[in-house]
Each structure stands twice: as C-alpha cells, then as structure tokens.
Design a protein around this ligand. Structure first.
Ligand code: NAD
Length: 502
C-alpha cells in the first residue's frame, strides 16, 4: 500500500510506537473515493489498549457524512460500478484480496496497536480477509436465477439482483474478518456499500478501503464513515436510501438497529453475541479436544462472538479435563499485543472493568476458581489486562454461565448423560455455535440435530475460520446468515419474470 503522499499529513499522523507510524491520515473518511474530514470537522481519539497511550484520531462522522456516503454509493450503482459484469466484479475482488496479502504485516501491526490483538492473530485475520475476497470473487458470477415450469405459452424465470446501497455496521473485535464476510459478499453481488466501523478500533478498516481503491475498486462502491454508534451508526441504520443492513455487535444495539430498519421496511442481518458451549463426552479424544477447549475461549482475550465460554464435561472425565485445562491456564503468556504472546489486553478499560466485575461476582457467589493465568509484573500500567480465569463446576443457571462476558473467562459445567448435556447446552438465551467431542457417530448426529444454534462442530471447533460455511445465530445470537453462498443470497434479492408468448 502506498504511504500518504502528503508530507504534511504524514507529519500530523499520530505516532503509535517509536518504530511504527500509521502510514496514512487516519482522520479522514472515504466518500465517493475521496478521503476527507468529517463534515463537522471533529475527530475521536483511538487508544492503544496495550499501554493506554493515544494511538491516532479518526473522523467523527455524522448524519451529513452518512447522507453523502449513501448518495455516493447510489451514484456508483448508477455509474461505473453498476455497469461491471459479475465476472468483472469477481476479478476485482480477487485483485483486492491479493493486495491485502501484500499488506498482511501492516494490517497485523495496525490490529495489534488498535485492538490489542497478538500479531499472529492479526496476520490470520488479514489472511482470512483475503480469503473472503478470493471466495466471493470466485463466486460472483456463479449465483444465478432459474427458469421455472409454468403455464403453457409462458416462460418464467428468476433473476438475482443486488439490493442497492447496503449498510454495514461492524464491531471492533474482528474488523477485518467481519468486513471480509459482509462487504465482500455485498460487493460480489453488485451492491454499493456504506461501512461504519467501530469507534474503539477501525484502523484496519480504513487501511482496507485504501487497499481496495488502490486495487481499482470504482469510486463510491465502498464508502467508509467512522464515528460514534449513536451518531453515524444510527444515521446509517435509519437512512431511507439504504436497502439492506448488516450488523455485527451486541444484542442491545442489534435491537435498536432492527427497530430503526423496520421504519424503512428493509431486510437486516443481525450477527449478535453468544454463550457457546463445547460438550466433552467421556469417550472423546481428549488430547485432540484440549487445545480447542482453551483456544476457542481465550482467542482475542475471549472477545469473540463464538468464544467457547462454557465447557460442558461428562462427570467421569470432569476432573481430568479440568486439571489439564487448569495446567494450561497457568502457563499462558500475557503481554502487549506486539510481543505476540498467547494473550494481549482487552480492548478498553471499560471492558476490563466488565470482566473484573464478572470474576468478582463469581467469587462472591461462592464459585471455585480452577485456575487463573498470571500477569507479568512489568506490564505497561495503562494496559487493559486481566487474568484469564477458569471457573470450576458452575451451576448452569448462574450468571457466569448465562451471560456473555466477552473476556477470557470460561466456566466448566459437569453433566451426566446426553439428555442433561443437551438441556444445559440449550439453556441460555443465545444460540450461535456449539462443539461436540465424542467418538460415537450416532450421538454426534443426535446432538448436532438437537442443539439450538447456527453452527455445530463435531470433534473440532471453528473449522479453520470457515469462510465457506454459513454462519449466524438463532434467538439472541441474531438472524440471517453470512459466509458461504448463503451470504450471496442474503445480499441479493430475487425478481420473478413471467413472459406470455403464446
Ligand atoms: P456494539 O453493539 O456496542 O457496537 C457494534 C457496532 O455498532 C459499532 O460499530 C458501534 O459504533 C455501532 N453502534 C453502537 N450503537 C449504535 C446505534 N445506536 N446505532 C447504530 N450503530 C450503533 O458492540 P461491541 O461492544 O462493539 O461488540 C461486542 C458485541 O458484538 C458482542 O456482544 C459480540 O458477541 C458481538 N459480536 C458478534 C459477532 C457475530 O458474528 N455474531 C462478531 C463479533 C462481535
């Protein structure tokens, strides 16, 4: 990616670390292919969660910027972008994906400084973003309608068409992956996008938009308006020019967005939270299960919608699984994101307080702690670090086993037999992902069918990111599906044509 050509802009860019300068002006948003300040001229500060230092400033976009972005997106649909064939869109997405791969190190560093994510995870996210673009680029000209048997003298057919201008509101925890799965699919189907990243962390989103434009994405096909949720986000979700909203974030905000979107009667995809279980039966291959039980709970310091925050273990192997997990917890390495250890900080002091509150709640209500990770004594004082905590044999209806904590806290729950495992697994308000560890093939299938959630993984968890696998939830985890071909159906609408020709 080219560095900012303006020396003045480069000088004004905030320095994140002595050896690294963000190589573009972070205070600009992108409307119609032009990088410019927010209409109101204001900015918001980004903090490096590893040490609490000022990282950069971003534009505080508002209603006027969203209006301009929606107009620019509509102009793109009416112009060059709208005239591209599906094959041309696909080729372009592939080219953007390859340019993302050229910039993996930059993106990983931005994500480390902005989100607090260890570099290896940031690299994996950047590669996943490229893979989404590759997948959706390849699929762009393979989604089509049908001809339908109908009345004599008629030919009836369906066409898959883009919605129009699509709105994308994404959170801070996996900006690259979520932009890949949502914007990638929307562009593949020929929509023009207005993207509102999170105010806590959005540098990789800004970098991605620059990469896409440098790779040749026509002006206005992707517009990025940074800003606060209740300003830019609310303006986007209520905008009458938006034909579809894709939202990933909290349940509380999801409700607000669904209500706002209802006013315009347009479709919405909600990817919300979770309290996902991994269920370990006594006959499971425990050696294979163990890394998944822990990593799926602690990846990105537990700030993952599909985090396996509940570990259900059949009673006869409970102590063995608990002790092996506890031993691993005690060996976790924790430190600043750029040190690239097992775990970095949480996104913010606020998130740190929320997690500490839950750990204190567990302790105060008499729960036993099976293990905690140790924080090194030389951590930067301003960092938002917490000790990862594993709670021992928690009642399934306890707040720690019911509410999404969004931090490195896992609860162990003992069960006896299939029926109890299922009852506990299904007993929260969420339903995003579940993992089942057993060698019994019939049980695998029975569990998979009876679990109330959007994805079930048997003898694995997460399956390599699963770009190809439809993803989404039921109940409070949301509705609609992203990833895989399902996303392409979601980001398009079907038109039926009946021709009477005698
Ligand atoms: P959040 O809901 O606070 O914010 C998400 C996005 O919504 C941000 O861009 C924010 O600016 C915007 N927003 C906030 N208020 C808004 C409003 N009134 N109108 C429009 N937009 C608004 O969520 P968060 O704290 O940033 O993210 C954490 C949550 O996201 C967790 O619950 C997590 O489980 C969920 N999440 C889900 C998935 C998934 O795929 N299911 C993925 C990642 C995160």
């Amino acid at each position: 990616m080219a560095h900012n050509p303006s020396a003045a802009a480069a000088q004004e860019t905030d320095v994140a670390a002595p050896t690294f300068t963000v190589p573009f002006d972070t205070r600009l948003l992108c409307i119609g292919g032009i990088w410019r300040a927010a209409a109101g001229g204001e900015t918001l500060a980004l903090t490096n969660p590893s040490d609490g230092s000022d990282l950069a400033h971003i534009a505080r976009g508002g209603t006027a910027d969203i209006d301009a972005a929606v107009a620019a997106a509509q102009a793109a649909l009416d112009g060059e972008w709208g005239r591209l064939t599906a094959a041309e869109r696909g080729r372009l997405l592939g080219a953007i994906g390859r340019k993302v791969l050229d910039n993996v190190e930059l993106l990983a560093m931005l994500e480390a400084l902005d989100v607090g994510k260890p570099l290896k995870q940031g690299r994996a996210d950047a590669v996943a973003l490229a893979r989404y673009l590759e997948f959706y680029g390849g699929a762009a000209d393979k989604v089509h309608g049908e001809t339908l048997p109908f009345l004599n003298g008629y030919t009836a057919l369906t066409l898959r068409e883009p919605h129009g201008v699509t709105g994308h509101i994404v959170p801070w925890n996996y900006p690259m992956q979520i932009v890949g799965r949502s914007v990638g699919a929307a562009l593949a189907m020929g929509n023009a996008c207005v993207l509102k990243p999170a105010e806590e962390a959005c540098l990789t989103v800004l970098a991605f938009a620059r990469i896409a434009i440098e790779a040749g994405l026509p002006a206005g096909a992707l517009n990025v308006v940074t800003g606060l949720g209740n300003e830019a986000g609310a303006a986007l979700s209520a905008h009458p020019g938006i034909a579809h909203i894709s939202f990933t974030g909290s349940v509380a905000t999801g409700r607000l967005i669904q209500a706002a979107v209802a006013h315009n009667a347009v479709p919405v995809t909600l990817e919300l939270g979770g309290k996902s279980p991994q269920i370990v039966f006594a006959d499971a291959d425990l050696d294979a299960a163990l890394p998944h039980l822990i990593n799926a709970g602690l990846q990105n310091a537990g700030q993952t919608c599909s985090a396996a925050s509940r570990i259900l273990v059949e009673r006869s192997v409970f102590v063995q699984v608990r002790d092996r997990m506890a031993e691993r917890y005690r060996r976790l390495s924790i430190g600043p994101a750029v040190a690239d250890l097992d775990m970095g900080p949480l996104i913010s002091k606020r998130q740190q307080q929320i997690v500490e509150h839950f750990v204190a709640l567990g302790r105060d209500s008499g729960l036993r702690i099976a293990a905690q990770g140790e924080l090194p004594t030389d951590l930067p004082r301003g960092g938002s670090f917490v000790r990862p905590t594993l709670f021992d044999d928690v009642p399934a209806d306890h707040a720690l086993a019911q509410q999404e904590i969004f931090g490195p806290v896992q609860v162990l729950i003992a069960f006896d037999g299939d029926a109890e495992a299922l009852r506990i697994a299904n007993c929260t308000a969420f339903g995003l992902v579940a993992g089942v560890w057993t060698r019994d093939g019939a049980r695998q299938m029975r569990m998979a069918r009876a679990l109330k959630c959007g994805q079930v993984f048997i003898n694995n968890y997460g399956a390599g990111g699963g770009v190809e696998l439809p993803f989404g939830g039921v109940r409070h985890s949301g509705h609609g599906r992203e990833k895989g071909f399902e996303a392409l159906y979601g980001f398009s609408t079907l038109k039926t044509i009946a021709i009477q020709h005698g």
